[in-house]
Design a protein around this ligand. Structure first.
Ligand SMILES: C[S@@+](CC[C@H](N)C(=O)[O-])C[C@H]1O[C@@H](n2cnc3c(N)ncnc32)[C@H](O)[C@@H]1O
Length: 282
Protein backbone atom coordinates (compact mmCIF):
# COMPACT_ATOMS: atom_id res chain seq x y z
CA UNK A 1 0.00 0.00 0.00
CA UNK A 2 1.33 3.49 -0.80
CA UNK A 3 1.18 6.46 1.63
CA UNK A 4 -1.66 8.01 -0.30
CA UNK A 5 -3.34 5.10 -2.06
CA UNK A 6 -4.78 5.78 -5.47
CA UNK A 7 -3.84 9.46 -5.48
CA UNK A 8 -2.11 9.34 -8.85
CA UNK A 9 -3.51 6.05 -10.14
CA UNK A 10 -4.82 6.09 -13.66
CA UNK A 11 -7.44 3.80 -15.10
CA UNK A 12 -6.08 1.26 -17.60
CA UNK A 13 -8.33 0.10 -20.48
CA UNK A 14 -8.41 -3.36 -18.88
CA UNK A 15 -9.56 -2.07 -15.49
CA UNK A 16 -12.07 0.21 -17.25
CA UNK A 17 -13.51 -2.80 -19.07
CA UNK A 18 -13.99 -4.71 -15.80
CA UNK A 19 -15.60 -1.72 -14.05
CA UNK A 20 -17.84 -0.88 -17.03
CA UNK A 21 -18.90 -4.56 -17.20
CA UNK A 22 -19.93 -4.48 -13.54
CA UNK A 23 -21.77 -1.16 -13.91
CA UNK A 24 -23.82 -2.73 -16.70
CA UNK A 25 -24.51 -6.07 -15.05
CA UNK A 26 -25.23 -4.65 -11.59
CA UNK A 27 -27.11 -1.46 -12.44
CA UNK A 28 -27.71 -1.33 -16.19
CA UNK A 29 -25.46 1.72 -16.45
CA UNK A 30 -23.58 2.01 -19.74
CA UNK A 31 -20.07 3.46 -19.55
CA UNK A 32 -18.29 3.99 -22.85
CA UNK A 33 -14.50 4.49 -22.96
CA UNK A 34 -15.22 8.23 -23.46
CA UNK A 35 -16.22 8.20 -19.77
CA UNK A 36 -12.78 6.99 -18.63
CA UNK A 37 -11.81 10.28 -16.96
CA UNK A 38 -15.16 10.55 -15.22
CA UNK A 39 -14.94 6.97 -13.91
CA UNK A 40 -11.38 7.58 -12.77
CA UNK A 41 -12.30 10.67 -10.79
CA UNK A 42 -15.48 9.16 -9.31
CA UNK A 43 -13.65 6.04 -8.13
CA UNK A 44 -10.49 7.65 -6.80
CA UNK A 45 -12.15 8.05 -3.40
CA UNK A 46 -13.13 4.37 -3.40
CA UNK A 47 -9.56 3.26 -4.15
CA UNK A 48 -8.42 5.38 -1.26
CA UNK A 49 -11.16 3.98 1.00
CA UNK A 50 -10.23 0.35 0.35
CA UNK A 51 -6.50 1.07 0.31
CA UNK A 52 -5.46 -0.09 -3.14
CA UNK A 53 -2.65 1.65 -4.99
CA UNK A 54 -4.05 1.27 -8.50
CA UNK A 55 -7.19 0.61 -10.48
CA UNK A 56 -6.08 -2.82 -11.71
CA UNK A 57 -5.98 -4.20 -8.17
CA UNK A 58 -9.23 -2.42 -7.36
CA UNK A 59 -10.94 -3.90 -10.44
CA UNK A 60 -9.73 -7.39 -9.47
CA UNK A 61 -11.04 -6.96 -5.93
CA UNK A 62 -14.37 -5.43 -6.85
CA UNK A 63 -15.15 -8.22 -9.30
CA UNK A 64 -14.23 -10.96 -6.81
CA UNK A 65 -16.60 -12.71 -4.40
CA UNK A 66 -15.16 -10.81 -1.44
CA UNK A 67 -15.74 -7.53 -3.26
CA UNK A 68 -19.53 -7.70 -2.99
CA UNK A 69 -19.90 -4.84 -0.48
CA UNK A 70 -17.44 -2.70 -2.43
CA UNK A 71 -19.41 -3.34 -5.62
CA UNK A 72 -22.37 -1.52 -4.07
CA UNK A 73 -20.11 1.35 -3.02
CA UNK A 74 -18.69 1.48 -6.53
CA UNK A 75 -22.15 1.61 -8.12
CA UNK A 76 -23.09 4.35 -5.68
CA UNK A 77 -20.00 6.33 -6.72
CA UNK A 78 -20.73 5.79 -10.42
CA UNK A 79 -24.37 6.86 -10.43
CA UNK A 80 -25.23 10.36 -11.60
CA UNK A 81 -27.47 11.91 -8.97
CA UNK A 82 -28.18 15.36 -10.40
CA UNK A 83 -31.71 16.46 -9.57
CA UNK A 84 -33.71 19.64 -8.99
CA UNK A 85 -36.98 20.58 -7.39
CA UNK A 86 -39.78 20.84 -9.96
CA UNK A 87 -37.45 19.68 -12.74
CA UNK A 88 -39.33 19.52 -16.06
CA UNK A 89 -42.27 21.40 -14.55
CA UNK A 90 -44.83 20.35 -17.18
CA UNK A 91 -45.15 16.98 -15.41
CA UNK A 92 -46.10 18.72 -12.18
CA UNK A 93 -48.67 20.79 -14.11
CA UNK A 94 -50.15 17.55 -15.47
CA UNK A 95 -50.14 16.03 -12.00
CA UNK A 96 -51.99 19.08 -10.67
CA UNK A 97 -54.43 19.60 -13.55
CA UNK A 98 -55.13 16.06 -14.81
CA UNK A 99 -54.33 13.52 -12.13
CA UNK A 100 -55.06 15.31 -8.85
CA UNK A 101 -58.75 16.10 -9.44
CA UNK A 102 -59.39 12.36 -9.99
CA UNK A 103 -57.07 11.07 -7.29
CA UNK A 104 -58.30 13.60 -4.75
CA UNK A 105 -61.86 12.41 -5.26
CA UNK A 106 -60.81 8.79 -4.91
CA UNK A 107 -58.90 9.50 -1.69
CA UNK A 108 -61.88 11.44 -0.32
CA UNK A 109 -64.07 8.37 -0.93
CA UNK A 110 -61.68 6.14 0.99
CA UNK A 111 -59.72 4.84 -2.01
CA UNK A 112 -55.99 4.27 -2.23
CA UNK A 113 -53.59 6.57 -4.08
CA UNK A 114 -50.03 5.50 -4.86
CA UNK A 115 -47.35 7.50 -6.67
CA UNK A 116 -43.86 6.19 -7.47
CA UNK A 117 -40.71 8.20 -8.02
CA UNK A 118 -38.40 5.55 -9.53
CA UNK A 119 -34.78 6.75 -9.40
CA UNK A 120 -35.56 9.51 -6.91
CA UNK A 121 -31.94 10.46 -6.22
CA UNK A 122 -31.62 13.03 -3.39
CA UNK A 123 -35.38 13.42 -3.01
CA UNK A 124 -36.21 16.60 -4.92
CA UNK A 125 -38.61 14.72 -7.23
CA UNK A 126 -40.75 12.98 -4.55
CA UNK A 127 -40.79 16.11 -2.39
CA UNK A 128 -41.91 18.19 -5.41
CA UNK A 129 -44.74 15.67 -5.87
CA UNK A 130 -45.59 15.94 -2.16
CA UNK A 131 -45.60 19.76 -2.35
CA UNK A 132 -47.97 19.62 -5.34
CA UNK A 133 -50.33 17.38 -3.36
CA UNK A 134 -50.18 19.50 -0.21
CA UNK A 135 -50.71 22.71 -2.15
CA UNK A 136 -53.64 21.61 -4.30
CA UNK A 137 -55.28 18.80 -2.31
CA UNK A 138 -54.02 19.13 1.29
CA UNK A 139 -56.66 16.83 2.76
CA UNK A 140 -55.01 13.95 0.83
CA UNK A 141 -52.29 13.90 3.50
CA UNK A 142 -54.85 12.47 5.96
CA UNK A 143 -56.00 9.77 3.52
CA UNK A 144 -54.56 6.53 2.13
CA UNK A 145 -52.00 8.35 -0.02
CA UNK A 146 -48.33 7.47 -0.33
CA UNK A 147 -45.39 8.36 -2.52
CA UNK A 148 -42.86 5.56 -2.96
CA UNK A 149 -39.41 6.97 -3.68
CA UNK A 150 -36.82 4.40 -4.75
CA UNK A 151 -33.23 4.39 -5.89
CA UNK A 152 -30.38 1.91 -6.28
CA UNK A 153 -28.01 4.10 -4.29
CA UNK A 154 -28.34 3.80 -0.48
CA UNK A 155 -26.13 6.83 0.11
CA UNK A 156 -28.25 9.16 -1.97
CA UNK A 157 -31.38 7.69 -0.33
CA UNK A 158 -30.01 8.62 3.10
CA UNK A 159 -29.66 12.22 1.88
CA UNK A 160 -33.15 12.11 0.40
CA UNK A 161 -34.60 10.85 3.67
CA UNK A 162 -32.86 13.62 5.63
CA UNK A 163 -34.46 16.14 3.25
CA UNK A 164 -31.91 18.89 3.92
CA UNK A 165 -30.90 21.17 1.05
CA UNK A 166 -28.56 24.10 0.52
CA UNK A 167 -29.53 27.52 -0.81
CA UNK A 168 -28.27 26.46 -4.29
CA UNK A 169 -30.42 23.33 -4.28
CA UNK A 170 -33.77 24.96 -3.54
CA UNK A 171 -33.76 26.98 -6.77
CA UNK A 172 -36.81 25.42 -8.45
CA UNK A 173 -39.16 25.72 -5.47
CA UNK A 174 -41.82 28.40 -6.04
CA UNK A 175 -41.43 31.32 -3.60
CA UNK A 176 -44.72 30.71 -1.80
CA UNK A 177 -43.95 27.00 -1.34
CA UNK A 178 -40.58 27.70 0.26
CA UNK A 179 -42.13 29.37 3.29
CA UNK A 180 -44.83 26.72 3.64
CA UNK A 181 -42.92 23.51 3.03
CA UNK A 182 -39.28 24.11 3.95
CA UNK A 183 -37.84 24.97 7.36
CA UNK A 184 -34.96 27.40 7.11
CA UNK A 185 -32.11 27.27 9.62
CA UNK A 186 -28.63 28.76 9.96
CA UNK A 187 -27.43 31.92 8.28
CA UNK A 188 -24.97 33.17 5.67
CA UNK A 189 -23.10 30.32 4.01
CA UNK A 190 -24.50 27.85 6.53
CA UNK A 191 -28.12 28.41 5.67
CA UNK A 192 -30.06 25.22 4.97
CA UNK A 193 -33.61 24.20 4.29
CA UNK A 194 -35.27 21.09 5.65
CA UNK A 195 -38.39 19.56 4.19
CA UNK A 196 -41.40 19.98 6.49
CA UNK A 197 -42.29 16.80 8.47
CA UNK A 198 -45.81 16.82 6.95
CA UNK A 199 -44.26 16.30 3.49
CA UNK A 200 -41.80 13.69 4.76
CA UNK A 201 -44.74 11.70 6.14
CA UNK A 202 -46.12 11.29 2.64
CA UNK A 203 -42.92 9.74 1.24
CA UNK A 204 -41.47 6.24 1.79
CA UNK A 205 -37.88 5.85 0.66
CA UNK A 206 -36.75 2.37 -0.42
CA UNK A 207 -33.63 0.89 -2.01
CA UNK A 208 -34.63 -0.70 -5.32
CA UNK A 209 -32.56 -1.71 -8.33
CA UNK A 210 -34.74 -1.38 -11.43
CA UNK A 211 -32.87 -4.30 -13.01
CA UNK A 212 -33.87 -6.69 -10.25
CA UNK A 213 -37.24 -7.76 -8.77
CA UNK A 214 -39.75 -5.10 -7.85
CA UNK A 215 -41.47 -6.15 -4.62
CA UNK A 216 -44.56 -3.96 -5.19
CA UNK A 217 -47.89 -5.36 -6.32
CA UNK A 218 -48.63 -2.52 -8.76
CA UNK A 219 -51.66 -0.27 -9.01
CA UNK A 220 -49.64 2.95 -9.16
CA UNK A 221 -51.60 6.00 -10.23
CA UNK A 222 -48.63 8.09 -11.29
CA UNK A 223 -45.06 6.95 -11.98
CA UNK A 224 -42.16 9.33 -12.46
CA UNK A 225 -39.08 7.59 -13.91
CA UNK A 226 -37.15 10.54 -15.21
CA UNK A 227 -33.52 10.82 -16.23
CA UNK A 228 -32.78 7.26 -15.13
CA UNK A 229 -33.13 5.01 -18.21
CA UNK A 230 -31.00 7.47 -20.18
CA UNK A 231 -28.01 5.70 -18.57
CA UNK A 232 -29.18 2.25 -19.80
CA UNK A 233 -28.79 0.66 -23.24
CA UNK A 234 -31.70 0.02 -25.60
CA UNK A 235 -32.29 -3.67 -24.63
CA UNK A 236 -32.36 -2.78 -20.92
CA UNK A 237 -34.78 0.08 -21.59
CA UNK A 238 -36.94 -2.21 -23.73
CA UNK A 239 -37.09 -4.77 -20.91
CA UNK A 240 -38.35 -2.14 -18.47
CA UNK A 241 -41.36 -0.73 -20.38
CA UNK A 242 -43.62 -3.82 -19.95
CA UNK A 243 -42.63 -3.97 -16.30
CA UNK A 244 -43.63 -0.35 -15.76
CA UNK A 245 -46.84 -1.02 -17.68
CA UNK A 246 -47.67 -3.82 -15.23
CA UNK A 247 -47.10 -1.50 -12.28
CA UNK A 248 -49.49 1.14 -13.59
CA UNK A 249 -53.18 1.24 -12.76
CA UNK A 250 -55.61 1.34 -15.68
CA UNK A 251 -55.89 5.15 -15.81
CA UNK A 252 -52.41 6.02 -14.62
CA UNK A 253 -49.85 8.59 -15.75
CA UNK A 254 -46.23 7.75 -16.62
CA UNK A 255 -43.58 10.44 -16.94
CA UNK A 256 -40.07 10.10 -18.42
CA UNK A 257 -37.12 12.51 -18.57
CA UNK A 258 -36.73 15.07 -21.35
CA UNK A 259 -34.43 12.95 -23.53
CA UNK A 260 -36.12 9.60 -22.90
CA UNK A 261 -38.77 7.90 -25.03
CA UNK A 262 -40.61 4.58 -24.83
CA UNK A 263 -39.05 2.22 -27.38
CA UNK A 264 -41.05 1.40 -30.50
CA UNK A 265 -41.45 -2.24 -29.46
CA UNK A 266 -43.37 -1.17 -26.32
CA UNK A 267 -45.38 1.59 -28.00
CA UNK A 268 -48.60 -0.46 -28.19
CA UNK A 269 -48.67 -0.61 -24.39
CA UNK A 270 -48.78 3.15 -23.93
CA UNK A 271 -50.38 6.20 -25.48
CA UNK A 272 -48.52 9.46 -25.58
CA UNK A 273 -50.38 12.36 -23.93
CA UNK A 274 -47.74 15.04 -24.35
CA UNK A 275 -44.04 15.60 -24.06
CA UNK A 276 -42.53 12.54 -22.29
CA UNK A 277 -45.93 11.81 -20.74
CA UNK A 278 -47.83 8.56 -21.26
CA UNK A 279 -50.87 6.64 -20.10
CA UNK A 280 -51.45 2.89 -20.48
CA UNK A 281 -53.11 2.14 -23.81
CA UNK A 282 -54.98 -0.81 -22.36
C1 LIG B 1 -30.03 11.74 -12.68
S1 LIG B 1 -30.83 10.99 -11.30
C2 LIG B 1 -32.54 11.38 -11.65
C3 LIG B 1 -33.23 11.94 -10.44
C4 LIG B 1 -34.67 12.38 -10.69
N1 LIG B 1 -35.49 11.31 -11.20
C5 LIG B 1 -34.71 13.56 -11.61
O1 LIG B 1 -35.13 13.44 -12.76
O2 LIG B 1 -34.29 14.65 -11.19
C6 LIG B 1 -30.73 9.24 -11.74
C7 LIG B 1 -30.92 8.32 -10.54
O3 LIG B 1 -31.13 6.99 -11.04
C8 LIG B 1 -30.54 6.09 -10.12
N2 LIG B 1 -30.27 4.80 -10.78
C9 LIG B 1 -29.31 4.49 -11.67
N3 LIG B 1 -29.37 3.19 -12.01
C10 LIG B 1 -30.42 2.66 -11.32
C11 LIG B 1 -31.00 1.37 -11.23
N4 LIG B 1 -30.50 0.32 -11.92
N5 LIG B 1 -32.06 1.19 -10.42
C12 LIG B 1 -32.56 2.22 -9.70
N6 LIG B 1 -32.06 3.48 -9.74
C13 LIG B 1 -31.00 3.69 -10.53
C14 LIG B 1 -29.27 6.80 -9.69
O4 LIG B 1 -28.78 6.32 -8.45
C15 LIG B 1 -29.72 8.26 -9.64
O5 LIG B 1 -30.06 8.66 -8.33
Amino acid sequence: MSGNPGASASLSPKAFEVIAGLAKSEAGIILTPAKTTMVQSRLRGRIRAVGYADFDDYAKFVSSESGLAERREMISALTTNVSHFFREPHHFDMLRDQALPILRERARNGGRVRIWSAGCSSGQEPYSIAMTLMEHAPEMAQKDVLILASDIDPQILAKAKAGIYSEQQIGGIPEGYLKKYMRKSGSGLDVQYEVDPALKKLVRFRELNLLRDWPMSGGFDVVFCRNVVIYFDAPTQASLWPRFHKMLGKDAWFFLGHSERISDCAQPLFKSIGLTAYRPAA
